[in-house]
Design a protein around this ligand. Sequence first.
Ligand SMILES: Cc1cc2nc3c(=O)[nH]c(=O)nc-3n(C[C@H](O)[C@H](O)[C@H](O)COP(=O)(O)OP(=O)(O)OC[C@H]3O[C@@H](n4cnc5c(N)ncnc54)[C@H](O)[C@@H]3O)c2cc1C
Length: 265
Amino acid sequence: MYAFDYLRPDRIEDASALLAEHPEASLLAGGQTMLPVLRARLAAPSHVISLGGIAALKGVTLADERLVIGAAQTHAQVASDPQVLALLPSVAALAGGIGDVQVRHRGTIGGSVANNDPAACYPAALLALGARIITTQRVIEADAFFTGMFATALKAGEIITAVSFPRCDRAHYEKFRNPASRFALVGVCVASLPEGSRIAVTGAGFGVFRWHAGEACLDAGGTGNDLADVPLDADCFTGDLHGSADYRMHMTRIIAARAFAALGR
Ligand SMILES: Cc1cc2nc3c(=O)[nH]c(=O)nc-3n(C[C@H](O)[C@H](O)[C@H](O)COP(=O)(O)OP(=O)(O)OC[C@H]3O[C@@H](n4cnc5c(N)ncnc54)[C@H](O)[C@@H]3O)c2cc1C
């Protein structure tokens, strides 16, 4: 680990000011990605600014029929939150299936979304549910937020303060998990929203993406089994030591069918 100065503000405004003052600084949330990166000397920030002392980044509120989850809520807190369990059960279940006990008690929704690991679970739920990412500067629709592998629409100095979801009990995230890390080898979130079906796929390629042809199939009355014949864009899939691109395409259809079946439609 390279040397850095550690800062721990207790207000969002102070964190933003510190970021502006130290352009080579990095934010630290749960540290589940950041600390291994620092340990492996893959980054050399001048300062590490912890978000852990900022109370305003915590909590869950209901506003205008949307559930607003603070960026610093850990996966374990999301999984056990009474409002999330009641109004967004698919997201509670997703959070409860992330990593292991330690990862769930340290890792945060804001850190996961900002990091946008191509095998992370949350991005699929955000995309399928039409979530909004609230930052210190603006509100970004999930469709415009995830821009590629470990890449997002966040600008320098921008901090995620919360993620807002429409309440929805007609969604399900299904994961075919890597047995070692529990990251998604393929993960699919299917949501039935008033405006139509949405299907988002994670773990299969360079980043999360929507399966528009699959959505059209479901909206035309198709079932999970019908998804087996719906085209997938081969350019969205990649292979690695865990599985080839063809394998991931095959698994996407199976996992999507399971996610759809879980909706009980
Ligand atoms: C063993 C293991 C297994 C895992 N399994 C899974 C899994 O099954 N599914 C899954 O989805 N994830 C999994 N993860 C990842 C985990 O979910 C972490 O929560 C995630 O990597 C990052 O969240 P964090 O809060 O720890 O962020 P950090 O590691 O602290 O930060 C990650 C990045 O986000 C930035 N950042 C953090 N917070 C903000 C913010 N509010 N605004 C802007 N930028 C911010 C940081 O600067 C950094 O670049 C696993 C991790 C480990 C170590």
